[in-house]
Write a protein that binds this ligand. Structure first.
Ligand SMILES: [Fe+2]
Length: 271
């Protein structure tokens, strides 16, 4: 697939911003019944081809099982129409995204606001609006944390990596993500992130307690970032937020879990 050079892709940000509004993030507690949760769990294990969770017992090894295009399966389409959209009062169309089962590093700062007007292959006229996280399973602890920030970025899917240029050099995963159309911001102000807040920095102690991932999500990425809400990433809950709002996960290993499994879904509307 062909993708626009980063600067050109970001040049559309203002147009995307004009078409979207900023809304508060929400977390609906116990939105999904145990029966449905159990079906989603079976679906994820199958979709991710995870036959055993033993691999997570060695928590010193980073493991990311992640598969995209989950929204094209009949199971997720039905789940979205019958459970997720009614609970959240959503009318938008399902346009992505992934199932995952991971331990470390935590999901780092990013946005999922796909602007398909700049996507070269099809889907013209669809703009990403809402992202929904469906926590499915977590071991050893009741919940881990998931954060939404006050900052917005109206570009296509972008990872926020302030201060990580050196760390990201010659990294195979990052090169592969770039080839798949994921963009990287190393200078938030220059790239046009909104609501940057340098007056109330997240402290190093906060980072140490909740993230503590020098090689994956170092403290530097939080420069200018502030927390809108700290959500409970708890199986059965549903978390929904504007796709252009920066968001990230807490380090579950710090809380005593060895993995978390879930779905992440993206919605959008046609112009
Ligand atoms: Fe996301």
């Amino acid at each position: 697939m062909q993708h626009l050079p980063q600067q050109e892709a970001f040049s559309y940000n203002k147009k995307v911003q004009e078409r979207l509004s900023m809304q508060e993030s929400v977390c609906i507690e116990n939105a999904i019944s145990d029966n449905i949760l159990s079906d989603i769990r079976k679906f994820c294990i199958d979709f991710l081809k995870i036959s055993s969770f033993d691999v997570f017992q060695d928590i010193t090894t980073p493991r990311w099982f992640r598969e995209g295009l989950v929204h094209q399966t009949e199971f997720v389409k039905q789940l979205s129409e019958e459970v997720i959209k009614p609970v959240l009062g959503l009318n938008d169309i399902l346009i992505g995204d992934t199932a995952f089962c991971i331990n470390y590093p935590p999901h780092d700062l990013h946005i999922d606001c796909r602007d398909f007007r700049v996507d070269v292959e099809g889907k013209a006229g669809i703009i990403g609006t809402k992202s929904v996280v469906v926590p499915v399973e977590l071991d050893n602890i009741e919940y881990t944390t998931f954060y939404t920030g006050n900052q917005y970025f109206y570009g296509p899917t972008t990872r926020m990596r302030n201060g990580c240029e050196k760390l990201d050099e010659n990294n195979e995963t990052i090169e592969w993500q770039k080839s798949c159309g994921v963009y990287f911001s190393y200078d938030y102000a220059k790239d046009g992130m909104l609501n940057l807040d340098y007056n109330n920095p997240l402290t190093y102690d906060w980072w140490k307690e909740n993230i503590d991932s020098e090689d994956g999500v170092p403290y530097s990425v939080f420069e200018g970032i502030s927390i809108e809400k700290t959500h409970k990433w708890k199986p059965g809950n549903l978390i929904m937020f504007d796709s252009a709002r920066v968001h990230w996960g807490g380090n579950l290993l710090k809380k005593g879990a060895t993995y978390k499994m879930g779905l992440s879904l993206n919605y959008g509307h046609k112009e």
